[in-house]
Each structure stands twice: as C-alpha cells, then as structure tokens.
Design a protein around this ligand. Structure first.
Ligand code: AMP
Ligand code: ZN
Length: 458
C-alpha cells in the first residue's frame, strides 16, 4: 500500500514511510482541562482517531500519546491579567487547580469514549513531566539556544536556523507585526518563554534551577513526546491554530535540544466553525457534547458528521447537518440489524475502492460515498455487504457490530423496553426512569434518540 498524507511542514502530499516497519509513533496535542472541551476540539481529536484507525486498518501498530494540559497555558492575555486560565477557573469554582483539572479530565475521557475515540496508549499529564521539561530547558541553555533572565528562561528564536519553516512565520515576517508574548526580561520580543518565575500567590509552582515557577506554553509537548516516543516521531497532530506559535516552538525546542529531526509528518485539522466563525471558548460560540445529547442526538452522529468533510477543510457546524448525520448513521445500524445472514465475504471490488480512498490522504467523504454505493448495489448478497460494511467500520468506528448483538435481547428485556417506550409516550417520566433502572440492573443499556430507543447488553 502507498498511503499518501498532506504534510504541513513541506506543504505537499507525500508518500508515507514509517520510521520502523509497520509501527507508528504519534503525538496528539490534547486538551487544556480548565474547562469543558467543546466539539470543535473534538473535531481535532476525531481527526487523530481517524489517522490512528487508518494505520490500524492497514495493520500498523500505533503508539499514540495524547497530552492533558493541567498547567494553565501562558498567553499574552494571561500575563496582562497576571494569572493563568487554570487559576481563573479555580478561583471561579473555589477549588484547587488540581481538582479542576481532574474534574474536566474525567469529563473529557468520558466524552472521548462516547465518540468511540480509541484511548491513547498514554494520556500524559503536564504536571507529571515537570522534571523532563526542566531537563530539556537545561539542555537548551547548555547549547546556547536559551537564556536565563531574572529567574525566567526564554528560547532565543534568532539562534534556531529553521525557525518559521513550519508556519512560514520567519523572523523577517514576524518583525512586521503578529501577536507577541510581552515580557520585560526578554532580549528579543520574538523569544518565547520556557520557564517563568511565579509570584507568591501563583498556586501551581515548582522548584527549578532558575526560580520557583512554572513551565512556558510549549515545552510540555516537546518534553512529553521525547520522553515517551523518542527524539524523532512519525506523526504529530493538532488543530490549525496550533501551527503557530505552538508547533513552531515545539520544533525549535526539540530539535535544539536533541539535534535530531523532531517530526516526520505534521498533520493539522482545519477548524469547526459556527456561522462561519471558529468555534472557541473565548467567543462563547461553542457546544459541548452534552448539548448534542440534550437534543436527543447520539454523540456518534458528530463522528459521522466529521467524516463527511475532509479534516483539512473547514466544517461549518449546523444542527441540520448533525441531524442528517444521525439519520444516515441510523440507516447503517438498521442495515446491519436487518441483515440476518451470518455469513458472507468481503467484496473485493469495494474493498479496493475503500482502501484507495483512505490511502489518498484519508479521503473520508469518498470512503463514506463508496460505503453507500456498496450498500445500495444490486449485484451483491446482503451477507457479503454486511461483512464488507463491518470491515469498513474498523475504520469508521461506529461499532456497527453492536447492532447484531441486539438480536440477542431476551424477551423480558424487550417487554420492559416496550413498556418504557409507552411510559415515555405518555410522559410518565417516573415510570420511565423506574423501568430504565430495572433494565439496567439486568445488565442492559438503553439509548434514547429522537426516532427510537435501542437496548443492548452493557
Ligand atoms: P485548546 O484547548 O484551545 O488548546 O484546543 C485544543 C485543541 O483543539 C487544539 O489542537 C486546537 O487546535 C483544537 N481546536 C480549538 N478550536 C477548534 C475548532 N473550532 N475546531 C477544530 N479544532 C479546534
Ligand atoms: Zn502541544
């Protein structure tokens, strides 16, 4: 197979070649857990899952690291406000920053599960890698890429020859504007922070050779990637806003410290938009996964929606398109459920087309189109179509095979589910809750959607 991927660094679609045969090392920039993660963020994590599943579909072993940023990021706004985002949340909710981080981390992990995002090999928490970050900063100082000033440490951007290669923000371009992190101890305004001295009321701070302080915005990913995956990795992902400065700075830090190439393929997802604007926490124009559930739609409808648009194109979110995705997904489940044949063989012709779509820079809209064409084709048996669809689902990740398990629901559970549907119709919510509890106590789970209720073993 020749898998082709668009790489941000070279701005080209390139033939993919892994460092080790049939093995992939991949680092995903993960969430900052000072607040809920919104579905725009999940689009980026779904992209990472699609990449992982593509490689697994083609029989690679994927070692995937996703970080959990439980140290507040430092931005210009934060410096001006004199506190970081984690601390703002802690004050707002009267909890310690660690409590806040664990609270949102748990919601994040549960959401990922609902979206059928496969768990990373490791979720690395930034607060557990402070020593590795300090060691990397020491190396950078030793190699003269970084300097200490008044208890703070900065990366001297001018010393790193390839600075700007990823984003196109060369020093020349940067000099003509662009937002900068202001700090009085910087030698050059373009330098970025590796370590910052904390004021006494800063809740999260650690000892270091330079000051009691906390790490800068970018060093955590460089340190955690190297510690877990080695100096050079196959793939690094993030959303398009991570390209600059975050990933540009990660390259400078990692390559400065190790002297080795950091990442072979940079994959960035375009944003999820609302009314043509980026979905973001700061604009307040975001939806949580629970908002989708509140509308009676399944989290997996969002997974389907994300597959309908290539991850390197912007996707404008509308409830209408999510509903359309939900009904398409229902049809896939319905097809598997109604296909009683237990036997079948993979339809080679469609498998070849499907593989080809994935190999072509993960063309997920085409993979979906081929799937529907296969389901509707008149030339193949239902059994063959079902087996082929289930194979494709190894990539899609809808867990369509759970539909076949639904055939094995005992009559008693079916009866209780019908009674509950009746209660729901009559808006008898206490009876409906009672029946749900009874069904669940017998080892089954219910899923309510706008159209129907399904039941399956836990
Ligand atoms: P943040 O919590 O802002 O650091 O974002 C976490 C991840 O989500 C990063 O990789 C961002 O690039 C990505 N991201 C943020 N907003 C969006 C959006 N509207 N659409 C897609 N990805 C996003
Ligand atoms: Zn990162």
């Amino acid at each position: 197979m020749t898998l082709k991927l668009y790489d941000t660094y070279t701005r080209k679609i390139r033939d993919f070649k892994s460092i080790q045969k049939n093995k992939i090392t991949m680092y995903n920039c993960g969430p900052t857990v000072y607040d809920f993660v919104h579905i725009g963020n999940y689009r980026t994590y779904l992209m990472a899952d699609f990449i992982r599943r593509t490689f697994e579909y083609f029989n690679y072993d994927v070692k995937q690291i996703k970080n959990i940023t439980d140290v507040g990021h430092l931005t210009q706004d934060d410096i001006e406000a004199g506190e970081d985002k984690m601390l703002k949340a802690a004050r707002r909710e009267n909890k310690s920053p660690y409590d806040i981080a664990r609270f949102y981390e748990n919601i994040f992990l549960a959401d990922e599960k609902k979206l059928n995002i496969l768990p990373a090999y490791k979720f690395t928490r930034a607060t557990e890698y402070i020593n590795e970050m300090i060691a990397m900063i020491e190396k950078l100082i030793e190699k003269d890429y970084a300097y200490e000033s008044n208890g703070n440490v900065f990366f001297a951007v001018g010393k790193f020859e390839n600075y700007g290669k990823l984003s196109g923000n060369t020093l020349e371009n940067l000099k003509t504007g662009s937002r900068l992190e202001a700090h009085p101890d910087k030698r050059d305004s373009h330098d970025f922070a590796l370590w910052l001295k904390a004021s006494p009321d800063h809740l999260m701070q650690w000892d270091s050779p330079w000051s009691k302080g906390y790490p800068g915005w970018h060093i955590e990913c460089s340190a955690m990637s190297t510690a877990n995956l080695g100096n050079t990795i196959d793939i690094h992902t993030g959303g398009e806003d991570n390209i600059f400065p975050h990933h540009e700075d990660e390259i400078a830090q990692s390559e400065g410290a190790t002297g080795k190439k950091f990442v072979n393929y940079w994959l960035h997802g375009r944003h999820l938009l609302v009314d043509g604007k980026k979905m973001s926490k700061s604009k307040g124009n975001f939806y949580k996964l629970s908002d989708i559930e509140k509308k009676g739609l399944e989290p997996l409808s969002f997974r389907y929606l994300c597959l309908t648009t290539h991850f390197q194109s912007q996707l404008n979110f509308t409830w209408q398109s999510l509903e359309a995705s939900q009904s398409a997904l229902n049809k896939l489940f319905e097809f598997v459920r109604s296909a009683k044949e237990k036997r079948g063989k993979i339809i080679k012709e469609y498998e070849a087309k499907f593989n080809n779509a994935l190999e072509n820079n993960l063309d997920t809209p085409r993979a979906l189109a081929i799937t529907w064409e296969m389901i509707k084709s008149k030339n193949h048996s239902i059994g063959d179509k079902k087996i082929t669809l289930l194979k494709f689902d190894d990539f899609f990740g809808f867990d369509l095979n759970t539909a076949t398990i639904e055939d094995e629901i005992p009559a008693e559970i079916e009866r209780l589910t019908e009674q509950r549907n009746e209660a729901r119709k009559n808006k008898d919510w206490s009876m409906s809750d009672k029946l749900r509890a009874e069904i669940e106590s017998k080892g089954f789970i219910l899923k309510d959607t706008t159209e129907n209720t399904t039941v399956k073993p836990k």
